[in-house]
Ligand binder design. Structure first.
Ligand SMILES: [Fe+2]
Ligand SMILES: [Fe+2]
Length: 214
């Protein structure tokens, strides 16, 4: 009987992937504002200060507040990235340049996290928040730093949108990261530019990995 009973029993359900324990509860903020993140461009820096604060609010949120705070962070990031994309478009970057592309990839993942959270899965948001604490300093110190230098080099005022030195704009649209990623940026090379291309690729992979994990 035992053999019959065993052979007709339904297959056991596949085990759910284990949720990493560190992504099940609020944690202290993993990223704090510091001078190392300051790019000496007040509008950009103020936006980044707010990003760091909103990210801390997500990491410290109880489940009841988590999705709402994540949504606030996602909406802020839409404005944050949109603002930088507009500055790039106004100063000679080609549509789809690598910095813009990374913004799009990251936002896609963050929105996927929001969808999962709205369906009651909270740990992907907590994992994404952790990954953002690693990703953001890298992004700010490479792509955003390169953009800030580029904006200053062409005399672009991000508050008024005025361009003081239009003659300094690149002759060819920039497809890289403001002198950081592309051979077409020869007129806009910046110190450390060789590393930024690899950085861009690895950053995108990191964030996509978070999306895949969810
Ligand atoms: Fe930024
Ligand atoms: Fe950026």
């Amino acid at each position: 009987m035992n053999a019959v009973t065993t052979s007709t029993s339904p297959e056991p359900a596949a085990a759910e992937p284990a949720v990493p324990a560190q992504f099940t509860t609020p944690v202290p903020p993993g990223l704090a504002w510091s001078d190392a993140l300051n790019l000496s461009m007040p509008v950009m820096d103020q936006t980044h200060v707010a990003f760091v604060d909103l990210l801390a609010q997500v990491q410290t949120a109880e489940d009841a507040d988590l999705v709402g705070r994540w949504q606030t962070l996602v909406e802020h990031t839409e404005d944050h990235f949109g603002q930088e994309d507009r500055w790039m478009a106004a100063t000679g970057f080609a549509p789809g340049s690598c910095h813009m592309t990374q913004h799009a990839v990251v936002l896609k993942v963050l929105r996927e996290g929001l969808q999962l959270g709205q369906q009651g899965q909270f740990w992907p948001i907590r994992q994404m928040a952790h990954e953002l604490t690693l990703w953001f300093p890298h992004h700010a110190q490479t792509m955003d730093a390169g953009l800030a230098l580029h904006l200053k080099s062409v005399g672009y005022d991000p508050v008024t949108g005025q361009l003081a030195q239009p003659e300094a704009l690149p002759e060819q649209a920039i497809s890289g990261c403001g002198g950081a990623c592309s051979s077409s940026d020869q007129n806009h090379d910046k110190p450390g530019s060789a590393d930024a291309s690899a950085d861009a690729a690895s950053e995108a992979e990191e964030v996509q990995a978070v999306g895949g994990a969810a």
